[in-house]
Ligand binder design. Structure first.
Ligand code: NAD
Length: 292
């Protein structure tokens, strides 16, 4: 069994982007610039945004964090997005989800200009992805593709089972793995909460992407010997031994599944850092498109 080390793979991408940013600044050009909007004080969202902003600083990107109270109106948020759309210095915009209930996520997603849609959730980006045109790919599936690439994992002709059909992970992952490219060319089965024979389907999988958000759901008896297992899940589970009061669990029972796998991602340190790497790559690509 080999660990798919997301920290290491993300580090390689960050070093490459750092070099490219240094070349830009040496040539007197502006730096790539990511703007993030955080609404409210959700603990997990705070952590995710902080780590995105911190990583931008690490690699020399500019970043702007706009914090808005949970009571902000939909109109006010849409105005903030419009200002960032018009801001020539900003290359990528992300609005950290989830949003408070009184704000329509789809309206917010559609308000971001497609040329700055580095989360890849805008219908234009999704349409381009489905039709195989160059576009922004949602950061988590993009990060998983980059991880498979980093470790040279063979995907052609493999049976991939994706558990979860969300718009941010499961659905785009299933589309990307079925595309005629590398990583891809898989035969894909997408499973969800109404799937009846999940265990039998998983047992046929050469590659499992677990993205259902249920701690330690995938057990050893669901995994074929030699499978590649990508664990997307991050669930906070109460843990009195931790200072924070919780520990992070993946969707896979790592200890019992790992010995059966050819490759497996750890949680934390697997898909998480790759998601940030995917976002940074999207921001860099948005920059290149604007400046080319
Ligand atoms: P979601 O809740 O939007 O979707 C979960 C999906 O799982 C749904 O499509 C549902 O049909 C399916 N599902 C639920 N129970 C199931 C069951 N028993 N059997 C089969 N399918 C089932 O979640 P999401 O936003 O896609 O996130 C999934 C997990 O990934 C969460 O733990 C989330 O925190 C994590 N996540 C991690 C990263 C990262 O960077 N590592 C990024 C995004 C999401």
């Amino acid at each position: 069994m080999q660990l798919l080390d997301g920290k290491k793979a993300a580090q390689a991408i960050k070093e490459d982007l750092t070099q490219k940013t240094t070349q830009l600044t040496n040539a007197g050009k502006p730096r790539p610039h990511l703007a993030a909007i955080l609404v409210g004080n959700d603990g997990a969202s705070e952590t995710y945004v902080a780590s995105k902003v911190k990583t931008c600083a690490e690699i020399g990107f500019e970043s702007t964090l706009k914090r808005l109270p949970a009571t902000v109106t939909e109109d006010e948020l849409l105005q903030e997005i419009e200002a960032l759309n018009k801001n020539e210095e900003v290359n990528g915009i992300l609005v950290q989800l989830p949003l408070p209930k009184h704000i329509s996520e789809s309206k917010v997603i559609q308000a971001i200009h497609p040329s700055k849609d580095v989360d890849g959730f805008h219908p234009v980006s999704v349409g381009n992805m489905v039709s195989g045109a160059p576009t922004f790919i949602p950061a988590t599936p993009y990060g998983i593709l980059l991880l498979l690439q980093h470790y040279n994992i063979e995907t052609k002709g493999k049976h991939a089972v994706v558990i979860g059909r969300s718009h941010i992970v499961g659905t785009p992952m299933s589309i990307l793995l079925s595309r005629n490219s590398y990583p891809g060319n898989c035969t894909v089965t997408i499973c969800h909460s109404a799937t009846k024979n999940l265990k039998e389907l998983c047992l046929q999988a050469d590659i499992i992407v677990a993205a259902l958000g249920r701690a330690e759901f995938v057990s050893a008896d669901m995994v074929k010997e030699g499978a590649v297992v990508i664990d997307v899940g991050i669930t906070r589970v109460a843990d009195a031994s931790k200072k924070s009061g919780f520990s992070l669990k993946g969707d896979v029972k790592f200890d019992e599944v790992a010995p059966r796998c050819s490759y497996i991602t750890p949680v934390p340190g697997g898909v998480g850092p790759m998601t940030i790497a995917g976002l940074l790559m999207n921001t860099y690509n948005a920059y290149l498109k604007k400046h080319s």
